[in-house]
Write a protein that binds this ligand. Structure first.
Ligand code: NAD
Length: 451
């Protein structure tokens, strides 16, 4: 923890953090909220988890898990340490700190959908208790904490409480901070507690308290001067990824035309000991962060008569990648004197990246829909998804096909490079493989088409 946080006076909040008497409430028990809950629980905090999805609450209450990488044993162990899941917001009155981890998607017009944050704020407000610390973790545009969350909490709480601001008295206040979640799903090289936690409070007391709380589960806390700085930090990180991925995606398209292997180029460039960080091309962006978060900022920027051209351009390039994949499949089939219309195509991998059970915004879904539109007979295989039904942007109703009869497909498209696939065997048994991920690197066959 940073020294400024250690210098905080020994208020009862800090004593309770130290002694683990402090009660934590986490709202939104998804990919972010549930692991965070378990981390607090592992470090001996008593956590109450809140979710509007009663099915999730029931599964957790029975000691089960609905996230692949979280084992039921971890839920059972947390339960022994006092973890409870509930849909009853009145129980927020029992906790000292409330951490909000609800979704922040885009609506159908590609604009921020803050309804989850707003609904959460409406539900917290009547249960807000003086002195409580409320922390928003959901990724969002700078200004959300102060312009959206605080006004609802101040207006709708029952005690006339105000958010504690710089210089305001502590009486009749609640504390508020923003602290972005920076997890990288499926990354096993960095432990969650080793990802430094950026914290920006509305006043220094909120920053110090939130910092002390997170400092007891994360190895490093990075205090910043305001919620907006913390909100913008998260967006900078994700926009940096989005723009760099777009850059390599564009260069891949050029390299394909020039007959140059972009992956070999990236590998060589990565040997430079400074000034270069490797990003890899693929079939398009997926997940709840990189394809979405940049557009939170471009939307907000318009309020300031500002056009975020890098974000728009990166979005354009990345969004075009699934179309490039489908064109490549059509071209590869054409070279075998077949049309896409009527061909049997197997899409390997539904998840938006390897070895995870998350298909939100996955390019596989777009690719499947585009292939179907062109008249292909499409199947998919994904060990993480035995079936796929309906989501916000898709309606597929399909079952994962077995890999026993690969030779029956006209084309196999590798969209997600799960580690469990035996690529040499897949290439050997397939008539045609279109590889969007360089998963077949080192395998030599005329049937492989890099895409
Ligand atoms: N998944 C990631 O890898 C990741 C990484 C960094 C940041 N984030 C950000 O974290 C936030 C949460 O993402 P996630 O992936 O955990 O989403 P998620 O969809 O997996 O989980 C959100 C949970 O919130 C619940 N919920 C929705 N409205 C609620 C309400 N009013 N009250 C209580 N619960 C409610 C949902 O039922 C769901 O269980 C988003 O802003 C996202 O951008 C996600």
């Amino acid at each position: 923890m940073s020294t400024s946080l250690l210098a905080v006076s020994n208020g009862s909040f800090l004593d309770k953090v130290q002694s683990r008497e402090l009660r934590v409430g986490v709202i939104g028990l998804g990919y972010v909220g549930l692991p965070l809950t378990l981390l607090f629980s592992e470090r001996k905090f008593r956590v109450t988890g809140f979710d509007v999805d009663q099915k999730k609450v029931d599964i957790l209450s029975k000691g089960g898990s609905y996230i692949y990488r979280i084992l039921p044993e971890e839920i059972a162990s947390a339960t022994q340490s006092g973890f409870e899941a509930t849909a009853d917001y009145a129980r927020l009155r029992e906790v000292d700190a409330i951490i909000i981890c609800v979704p922040t998607p885009l609506n159908e017009h590609h604009e921020p959908d803050l309804s989850y944050i707003e609904n959460t704020a409406h539900a917290i407000a009547p249960n807000l208790v003086p002195g409580q610390l409320v922390i928003l973790e959901s990724t969002t545009y700078p200004g959300t904490t102060e312009e959206v969350l605080i006004p609802i909490l101040e207006k709708e709480n029952k005690h006339g409480l105000k958010a504690a601001r710089a210089g305001s008295s502590e009486e009749n206040t609640f504390l508020i901070a923003f602290s972005p979640e920076r997890e990288d799903p499926g990354n096993t090289t960095v432990a969650r507690c080793d990802i430094p936690k950026v914290v920006g409070g509305l006043n220094s007391r909120a920053t110090d308290f939130a910092g002390a709380l997170y400092g007891s589960i994360f190895n490093r806390v990075v205090p910043v001067s305001s919620p907006s700085v913390a909100e913008m930090t998260k967006l900078l990180e994700n926009i940096y990824r989005c723009v760099n991925i777009a850059l390599v995606n564009e260069l891949k398209l050029l390299c394909l035309r020039m007959g140059i292997d972009i992956f070999e180029v990236i590998k060589a460039a990565s040997t430079k000991p400074f000034g270069f960080q490797a990003f890899y091309p693929g079939p398009g962006l997926g997940g709840h962060c990189i394809p979405i978060d940049p557009f939170y900022l471009s939307w907000k920027a318009k309020e300031f008569d500002f056009h975020t051209r890098f974000i728009e351009l990166a979005g354009e390039v990345n969004l075009s990648m699934p179309y490039h994949v489908v064109n490549s499949v059509a071209g590869a089939l054409n070279r075998q004197k077949k049309s896409l219309n009527g061909s049997n195509v197997l899409v390997l991998g539904l998840a938006y990246k390897k070895d995870i059970d998350d298909l939100r915004e996955s390019p596989s879904l777009t690719i499947i829909e585009l292939l179907l539109k062109e008249g292909a007979l499409v199947s998919y295989n994904d060990p993480f998804f035995p079936t796929v039904g309906r989501g916000r942007h898709y309606d597929l109703n399909m079952e994962s096909a077995g890999l026993e009869q690969l030779e029956e497909f006209d084309c196999v498209v590798i969209v997600t490079d799960h580690s469990s696939y035996d690529y040499a065997d897949i290439v050997k048994r397939s008539k045609l493989v279109v590889d969007t991920r360089n998963a077949t690197q080192g395998i030599s066959s005329e049937n492989i088409v890099q895409c």
